[in-house]
Design a protein around this ligand. Structure first.
Ligand SMILES: *Cc1c(COP(=O)(O)O)cnc(C)c1O
Length: 377
C-alpha cells in the first residue's frame, strides 16, 4: 500500500472558525430549516454570483432537477419524451424516468462531450416536450443551436449545469441559457454546501411554484394545492454555502493552475486527448478528463490500474453510459450513441482540486506517460 493517497477530488471547506461564526446565530433563533435567515442570505448571494434572474435552493441537485421537471408540467397532450445525453451522471437520466418521462438519447460531440445539436432534430416526434442537455465537465453546450431547435419545435430546454458553477460564455453567466438550469452543490463539486442544489431561471411564477413544490405543495396556511415532495435546504447547509462562496473564485484560480500543469505535461503526447477551454469561455476547471486513443498504446483501464497501484484514484467518469446501467438493461440501446459509447470506454478523469500540489500533478502525469505500452510496430 503506498503511504500517500491522492483521491480524484477533495471537498472545499472554509476554516473551522469561519463556519462556527456563520452558524452561531442559529443557537439564538433555533430556526434550522424552512427558509431561515441563512437560506435567504445564500439565495441572494447566489443570485448575484450566478448573475441570473432567480435562484431557487434545494436539498440537492437531483431533487432540484426532479422538482423542475414536475413543476414545469410539460406533458400536456401526452407529450412525454425528453431528448438528452447518456454521457452524464446517472442522476440526469433517473430524474427524467422518475418523473414519468421517457429519455431519448442523442449522441455527443467528440470534441467536448456535450450533446450534438445535429443529432437532435431527427429524434423529435410529436411526443417530444423538452431537451435536457448537460454542460458536462463544465464545457458549455452549443446553447444557440439548441435554443434555435427548441424554438422551432416548441420545446422546453432544461440544462443540467451540475458541473458548470461559475462558468461564463462571452461574459454571459451559464445559468441564463434555456428555460431553467440545475446546479449541484454536492461535496465533490467545484462549489459545495455539503449537499445542495439550485434551479436558476427567469420566471417569478416558476420561483413561486418551485418553493411550493419543494415544501409538500403547500401554498399557504390551510392550503395544499400540489402533490409536492420535501426538498428544502437546511440552515447548516446554507451556512456552508455562504462560507464557501467567499472563497470560490480563489479556488477556481487554483484549479486553473492545476489544469495548466496537466496541459503542460500531457498535451502533445501521442494518443492522449485533452479538452482545453475555448477562448471566449471563463471555465471552472471542474474535472480533468483524458481520452486514451488506440495510438497511446495503453488502455484507459491499464492507466487506471497503474495509478491505483501508486495510491492515486482516477475516475471512469462517465462509464458506463447511463443507458448501459443495469437498471436500464434492455430498456435502452447504448449503441444508438456510438460516440458517447466510445468516449465512455476511453475516458479517465485525473485528480483535480484546488489544493492539489503541482508536484503531485507532475507525478500523476509521469505515471500516465510511463504506463507500459503495447508494442506499436
Ligand atoms: C452531481 C450531479 C448531479 C446530481 O447532483 P446532486 O447534488 O449530487 O444531487 C446531476 N447531474 C450531474 C451531471 C452531476 O454531476
Amino acid at each position: 500500500m503506498p503511504d500517500k493517497q491522492i483521491l480524484v477530488t477533495r471537498s472545499s471547506m472554509p476554516s473551522f472558525e469561519e463556519y462556527c461564526e456563520e452558524i452561531k446565530p442559529l443557537w439564538d433563533t433555533h430556526w434550522l430549516t424552512n427558509r431561515g435567515v441563512k437560506h435567504v442570505q445564500f439565495e441572494n448571494e447566489l443570485h448575484d454570483y450566478l448573475d441570473v434572474s432567480y435562484v431557487s435552493l434545494f436539498v440537492n441537485g437531483h431533487s432540484a432537477l426532479e422538482c423542475v421537471l414536475e413543476t414545469m408540467d410539460m406533458s400536456a397532450g401526452g407529450r412525454n419524451e425528453i431528448i438528452t445525453t447518456p454521457y452524464t451522471f446517472v442522476s440526469t437520466t433517473h430524474a427524467i424516468v422518475r418523473k414519468g418521462y421517457k429519455p431519448v438519447f442523442a449522441d455527443i460531440k467528440p470534441d467536448d462531450f456535450t450533446l450534438d445539436p445535429s443529432k437532435i432534430e431527427s429524434l423529435i416526434t410529436d411526443r417530444t416536450c423538452a431537451i435536457l442537455p448537460v454542460h458536462v465537465y463544465g464545457n458549455i453546450c452549443d446553447v444557440q443551436e439548441i435554443q434555435r431547435i427548441a424554438e422551432e419545435h416548441d420545446l422546453k430546454v432544461i440544462y443540467d449545469a451540475a458541473h458548470a458553477f461559475g462558468v461564463k460564455k462571452d461574459g454571459v453567466a451559464i445559468g441564463n441559457f434555456g428555460d431553467a438550469s440545475m446546479f449541484s452543490f454536492h461535496a465533490t463539486k467545484v462549489f459545495n454546501s455539503i449537499e445542495g442544489g439550485a434551479i436558476a431561471h427567469d420566471s417569478e411564477h416558476l420561483a413561486e411554484l418551485l418553493s411550493q413544490w419543494r415544501n409538500f405543495g403547500i401554498t399557504g396556511a390551510d392550503h395544499i394545492e400540489y402533490v409536492g415532495g420535501n426538498a428544502k435546504m437546511n440552515e447548516f447547509a446554507a451556512a456552508m454555502g455562504i462560507c464557501n462562496l467567499r472563497h470560490v473564485d480563489e479556488e477556481i484560480q487554483k484549479r486553473r493552475k492545476v489544469a495548466e500543469r496537466y496541459f503542460e505535461n500531457l498535451e502533445g503526447v501521442e494518443g492522449l486527448r485533452l479538452v482545453r477551454p475555448k477562448e471566449n469561455v471563463e471555465h471552472n476547471y471542474a474535472y480533468m478528463p483524458v481520452i486514451f486513443e488506440d495510438e497511446f498504446g495503453a488502455t484507459r483501464d491499464d492507466v487506471a490500474l497503474m495509478l491505483s497501484r501508486r495510491g492515486i484514484t482516477g475516475r471512469k467518469y462517465f462509464y458506463p453510459l447511463t443507458s448501459q446501467a443495469e437498471c436500464y438493461e434492455s430498456v435502452f440501446d447504448p449503441t444508438a450513441t456510438p460516440i458517447a459509447l466510445d468516449a465512455s470506454r476511453r475516458v479517465l478523469t485525473l485528480p483535480m482540486y484546488a489544493d492539489l500540489a503541482l508536484e503531485d500533478v507532475d507525478l500523476i502525469c509521469d505515471i500516465v506517460k510511463n504506463a507500459p505500452r503495447m508494442d506499436r510496430n
